[in-house]
Write a protein that binds this ligand. Structure first.
Ligand SMILES: Cc1cc2nc3c(=O)[nH]c(=O)nc-3n(C[C@H](O)[C@H](O)[C@H](O)COP(=O)(O)OP(=O)(O)OC[C@H]3O[C@@H](n4cnc5c(N)ncnc54)[C@H](O)[C@@H]3O)c2cc1C
Length: 231
C-alpha cells in the first residue's frame, strides 16, 4: 500500500521543494465540454475541430459554466496548514485529509527559504526586499517547528491523546489532502489564487495546477493566454 505523503507520479513541486501538488485522476476532455453544451441537439463528437474550439471559447467568454462542470479533476496536495486554511474556503471542492487524530508519523514543517516584508499599504500583502536578510530569523522558525514537534511528542509520551496534543503544532505543519473539483470551479480558484492579491505560497500551488492540467485543456489554456493571463 502506498503512503499518502508520497507525491503521485504526475506532480509539480512547490515552495522550494517542500510542498507538491499532484494530479490523481480526471474525468472528461475538452470534447466532453462541447458535447455537454450540445446535448440539446442529441449529437456527440470525440474530436475537437475548429468549430468546437470556437464554441468552447464562446462558453468561456460568456460564462456559460455548466458544460465545464462535466470535466472533473482530483488532486493530491501537500502544503502547510495555513495554505490548507485558505484552500478550504473554496467550498465547491470536495476534500479528504490525513487525520492527526489517527497518526503521528511523517511529520514535516515548512520553513520559508526567503522571508518577505510586510506591505505598508495593504495589511494582507507582503513584498520581497533584496536588502532584507531574513536568514537568521528563518533559522528561528526552523527551531520553533522542531520545538513544537518535541513538545507534541512529549505530550504523547506522557499519555495525552493525539487529538489534544496536536494543538501545539504550528501553522507551518505540512498536511496532505485530496481535493476534487470540476473545471468551472477550478478556473474560478485559479483566477483568485494565481493572482497578485493572493499569498505567494498558495499562488505557487495555483501555478503548479495550471502546469498539470494544461495538457488536458490546451484550447482552454490558449483562450486565457490570448486574454493575457499566464498559462
Ligand atoms: C486574495 C484573497 C483574500 C482573502 N481574504 C479573506 C479574508 O480576509 N477573510 C476571509 O474570511 N476570507 C478571505 N478570502 C476568502 C474568500 O472570501 C472566499 O471565501 C474564497 O476566495 C473562496 O471563494 P468563493 O466563495 O468564490 O469559492 P467557492 O466557495 O468555491 O464558491 C464558488 C462560487 O460558488 C458560489 N457559492 C458557493 N457557496 C455559496 C453559498 N453558500 N451561497 C451562495 N453562493 C455560493 C459563489 O458564486 C462562489 O463564488 C480571501 C480570498 C482571496 C482570494
Amino acid at each position: 500500500m502506498e503512503h499518502l505523503n508520497v507525491p503521485p507520479t504526475n506532480h509539480v513541486k512547490v515552495l522550494d521543494g517542500q510542498g507538491w501538488v499532484g494530479l490523481i485522476d480526471h474525468l472528461g476532455t475538452e470534447s466532453t465540454i462541447v458535447n455537454a453544451a450540445r446535448v440539446s441537439f442529441g449529437k456527440l463528437k470525440n474530436t475537437m475541430e475548429a468549430n468546437d474550439v470556437k464554441l468552447l471559447e464562446y462558453l468561456i467568454a460568456n460564462r456559460h459554466t455548466s458544460p465545464m462542470e462535466h470535466m472533473v479533476f482530483t488532486f493530491s496536495i501537500h502544503c502547510p496548514l495555513f495554505v490548507r486554511g485558505q484552500w478550504h474556503r473554496h467550498r465547491t471542492w470536495s476534500y479528504n485529509e490525513i487525520s492527526r487524530r489517527y497518526t503521528e508519523i511523517d511529520m514535516e514543517f515548512y520553513t520559508p527559504a526567503e522571508l518577505r516584508r510586510q506591505a505598508e499599504s495593504n495589511r494582507q500583502a507582503s513584498f520581497s526586499d533584496p536588502d532584507f536578510d531574513g536568514s537568521e530569523l528563518a533559522k528561528l522558525i526552523g527551531e520553533h517547528n522542531q520545538a513544537s514537534l518535541a513538545l507534541y511528542e512529549k505530550l504523547l509520551a506522557g499519555g495525552v491523546c493525539r487529538e489534544q496534543a496536536r494543538g501545539v503544532l504550528p501553522q507551518n505543519m505540512m498536511v496532505t489532502f485530496w481535493g476534487t473539483v470540476d473545471l468551472s470551479n477550478l478556473l474560478h480558484f485559479l483566477e483568485l489564487r494565481d493572482s497578485e492579491h493572493a499569498q505567494w505560497e498558495i499562488r505557487e500551488y495555483a501555478v503548479a495546477i495550471k502546469k498539470l492540467i494544461k495538457p488536458l485543456i490546451p484550447n482552454v489554456a490558449a483562450y486565457f493566454a490570448k486574454q493575457g493571463q499566464s498559462w
